[in-house]
Design a protein. Sequence first.
Length: 134
Amino acid sequence: KLVEQSVLGEVWPRARTVVTGMARGDGWLPEDVYCALRSGGAALYLVEVDGAEVGFLVLRTLHDFDGHRLHIWLLHARSDVDVMAEFSDELDRMARSLQATRITFSTTRRGWEKVAPRYQFSVRETVFERKVKS
């Protein structure tokens, strides 16, 4: 369920609590997420199963050289809920509505290497980094 701008301020505090505890591989802050949501650069969706809120997704539309892609920036759900299984069709519907040809996500959690193929995700790239020596 899309969180409309008019109620983002009511929903964000409880999402922010979870976001604050998430691993931030590329250095974003919870404030960056809120700014992207407020400015329309990202969208917050509440994940509901049988009318009960069980988590949330933050989605972004990214523009690549070969077209749009729907990017799952953040995903959080109760451990007993398989968001990818529950909402795979909905993600495809959203991607089609954006004229996106791909759905992507990135993670610092190695367990997704085994899980992602179950949902037809494949490795797009591996990124390594190091800090510049001073």
